[in-house]
Design a protein around this ligand. Structure first.
Ligand code: 1CP
Length: 353
């Protein structure tokens, strides 16, 4: 591995400077991504073609000094492979032809086969590892059981999560059955990505923060902990680190630090210094610049990057160890690639000083 800063930071080992990668670093803000997408015809066609998935995974690395690559795919591949029929409506995001809304539909769900139905994902991981040739580590990922369930029950994105919350209140047993199938699938999916060559794994609990604390502790946290405990990922320096990212997870940092994961990803609603104090060196922390900072001027971006880096250092006993720099959520299509360069370079320059 030519650059292993990201993996070292996740093991809370000393690094020459703080590693950085960005959620949604491959995407529509890059003209070369838009060209690949036009060539493929659609997002799904691109994600299902291992060569094209590899091409767009590498695009941000050609431009910026990023310390990790993330597999180009989507969290909704699992429910798609379970037979829900994923499709995209332009401007509206993902949708399912056959959402699951009751105990009967949930009981029919089966575990997809990782090397057939989801073989295109594993092929993409293998192609990307070959093409990366050890430049930086490759991150594999999955949605969390709860976040996948949100899309499966709602049938797409949602503003109020009315259907899944109604299910939680009216038939919690059915929702637990769904979360349990999803957890088994996530564990098998991440294990298969690791076997195919993924060197770190991230679970996106994007919608955990829409739950009340009592409901988060019932419907999301225990399933994240089950993944962290049951996912076989080696020992010592060979261990494949697992990061649990969640939006709105600031109230649960102590629980997440005790979940068994090696890293916790946080959004910008918590100070990194506070995250350092509350996780107390039990896990690495990843985050947490507000993505909208990228709409600011280069000077504003540099200032916010320095503030975040120093907040971590001050809360972490004066050390920069154990921090992976990232945004608190994904990038948007209208962001300026030159601003990304400013961000990435400032993370390295300031943390090296
Ligand atoms: O080209 C396009 O217009 C498609 C847009 C797009 C892209 C680029 C979608 C549809 N998915 C992706 C790729 C993607 N999705 C990646 C690639 C790797 C990278 O980060 O560069 C990753 C990690 C995801 C994960 C994902 N998909 C999440 C979790 C992360 C997050 O953003 O919170 C979620 C919630 C999804 C669902 C999804 N897929 C696509 C969209 C637009 C959405 C969000 C819909 C919604 O807001 O509910």
């Amino acid at each position: 591995m030519k650059n292993d800063r990201f993996l070292r930071a996740l093991r809370r080992e000393p690094v020459d400077c703080t590693p950085v990668w960005l959620m949604r670093q491959a995407g529509r803000y890059l003209p070369e991504y838009r060209a690949s997408r036009a060539k493929a015809g659609s997002f799904l066609a691109m994600a299902k073609n291992p060569e094209l998935a590899c091409e767009v995974t590498l695009q941000p690395l050609e431009r910026f000094d990023l310390d990790a690559a993330i597999l180009f795919s989507d969290i909704l591949t699992i429910p798609d492979a379970m037979g829900l029929g994923l499709y995209f409506v332009d401007g509206e995001g993902p949708k399912f032809e056959r959402p699951v809304r009751d105990a009967a539909a949930i009981a029919k769900l089966g575990m997809p086969d990782m090397e057939t139905e989801l073989g295109y994902v594993m092929d993409a991981v293998r192609v990307i590892r070959r093409e990366l040739d050890g430049r930086v580590p490759l991150i594999g990922f999955s949605g969390s059981p709860w976040t996948l369930a949100c899309y499966m029950v709602e049938g797409g994105g949602s503003k109020d999560f009315a259907r899944i919350k109604a299910l939680a209140h009216n038939d919690p047993k059915a929702l637990h059955a769904l979360l349990s199938v999803n957890t088994d699938a996530v564990i098998a999916y991440l294990a298969a990505q690791r076997a195919a060559g993924a060197q770190a794994l991230q679970v996106f609990d994007t919608w955990g923060g829409v739950l009340s604390p009592a409901m988060y502790r019932e419907f999301s946290l225990p399933y994240l902990a089950r993944i962290a405990h049951e996912l076989e990922r080696g020992e010592g320096a060979e261990r494949t680190p697992l990061i649990v990212f969640g939006r709105g997870n600031a109230a649960y940092l102590e629980d997440l630090a005790a979940s068994g994961a090696e890293g916790v990803g946080v959004d910008w609603l918590v100070e990194l210094g506070e995250a350092a104090r509350r996780t107390g060196g039990r896990v690495a922390v990843q985050g947490n610049l507000d993505p909208a900072t990228l709409y600011g001027s280069p000077e504003a971006i540099r200032r916010e990057v320095r503030r975040a880096l120093d907040s971590w250092r001050d809360g972490n006993g004066g050390s920069r160890e154990g921090h992976v720099f990232n945004l608190g959520h994904g990038m948007s299509p209208d962001m300026d690639p030159e601003h990304v360069r400013v961000l990435v370079d400032e993370v390295h320059a300031h943390s090296r000083r």
